[in-house]
Design a protein around this ligand. Sequence first.
Ligand code: AMP
Length: 273
Amino acid sequence: MKIFETENDIKNNCLHAQGLNLVPTMGNLHEGHLSLIEESKNYDGKTIVSIFINPLQFGPNEDFRNYPRTIISDIKKLEKIDCDYAFIPQDDFAKKLNLIKAPSISKKLCGKNRPGHFDGVLTIINKIFSVILPTHAFFGLKDYQQFILIREFTKNYFPGIKIIGLPIIREKDGLAMSSRNNLLTKDERKIAPNIYENLIWIKNNRKKFTISELVKISSEKLERHNIQIDYLGVFDKENLKKVKNFEEGALVAVAAKIGKVRLIDNIVLNNKN
Ligand code: AMP
């Protein structure tokens, strides 16, 4: 696998001429990331994975400093699955960028308690896309709001790039894989699967209760486990507005803190599930 560290490295090698399938990450790679890379191999061209912990998307009291940094083992994992290229820029990659203002949908869900988070995400994605010029870019639906925002942003500013959203990969006990799971203590890790269990509980009981009852009951269940809810609700999967009735494609989404660690998860309801 060839590793590139600077913008000029990428440009001088004219990488994009081969057709690039991009998987942007912040490293600490797990099966969730690897599933995106595996899927990207089904598309024509080469796969390039970017690893960059984007300081612009962390708030002042968030975990930028503690975010797991495991670059050596990340590179080994990428080599093992025959990734073609990695782009691993230095910290100054995020300096002197014009901040992009994310549209109003960014103020919902995660945006409520993380002001500016999605401005930071779009700013770095804009930069990574302009350097790499991929044909396709792959994102996990775990970060559902991020996916919607990047998809809309790309339609407007990089119409030549196709955005592909892929399913959430989970641990055996249902917990959505996340680099932040590594920050949980043993006891916190034990209660973490309750988050997904409650999403499934809402799904399975959607004919028995109203949405507000479902949200109230499962919020209480989570709080009994000392899981502090940031938001839990049922939303329209396109505009992320709260819905009053379950409808085809409703998004059940949650963000919650266990100790100091903030985790997110969601499921999209359809006829089959
Ligand atoms: P991150 O390194 O957390 O910024 O994530 C990089 C990409 O991997 C994003 O598109 C995430 O949505 C995706 N991702 C993270 N966790 C998972 C997971 N458990 N399943 C699928 N995709 C994931």
